[in-house]
Design a protein around this ligand. Structure first.
Ligand code: ZN
Length: 179
């Protein structure tokens, strides 16, 4: 499977993040269709990358792996960690709120994004068990941001054009971070 070979590459690489401008960030990720033990190793790598980069969420496409895998680390909020596969948002609340978002693939840019306050997500855990997550607050925020990544959407896509235009110079610089 593609993610197993990619996983082997990843365990050798030190910095595996890709950045804004890399075409993989714009692709649709595939569903994980086989539960293999290597997924746990991959989650471990993703947790490590988040820790090193002070991130609270990471989606596999951000390490150039186009599989529907998301990790969340909200231990700094006392909300624990999770690794989920094939997440789907099945409910979005009507009430929305703004929140300043950032992204490990778009370092240094933070902007307010308006999103639903509460969501319900169906997913699989690393054992392949179906789970339902009722999320609000920061967890709902991170999950929506990371699930967007699985569909090639970045948080800056949610920002109004005239605001995004202020970051053209920064975005050009970030593109160059891709090796
Ligand atoms: Zn992101």
């Amino acid at each position: 499977m593609t993610y197993i070979s990619r996983l082997r590459e990843l365990s050798k690489a030190e910095h595996s993040l890709i950045y804004y401008g890399h075409p993989s960030l714009r692709h649709q990720s595939e569903c994980v269709n086989e539960i293999v033990p290597e997924l746990k190793d991959l989650a471990k790598i993703m947790f490590e990358i988040m820790k090193v980069n002070n991130g609270i969420g990471l989606a596999a496409p951000q390490i150039n792996l186009l599989q529907q895998i998301v990790t969340v680390d909200l231990e700094s909020y006392n909300l624990g960690k999770m690794a989920i596969l094939n997440p789907r948002i099945v409910h979005l609340s009507e009430d929305r709120e703004p929140y300043d978002e950032g992204c490990l693939s778009i370092p240094g840019i933070y902007e307010s994004v308006i999103r639903p306050v509460r969501i319900v997500v169906e997913a699989l855990d690393l054992e392949g068990k179906e789970i339902e997550i009722n999320a609000d607050g920061i967890l709902a925020r991170v999950l929506q941001h990371e699930i967007d990544h699985l569909h090639g959407i970045l948080f800056i896509d949610h920002i109004e054009e005239h605001i995004r235009r202020n970051y053209l110079k920064e975005l050009k610089q970030i593109k160059k971070m891709n090796r």
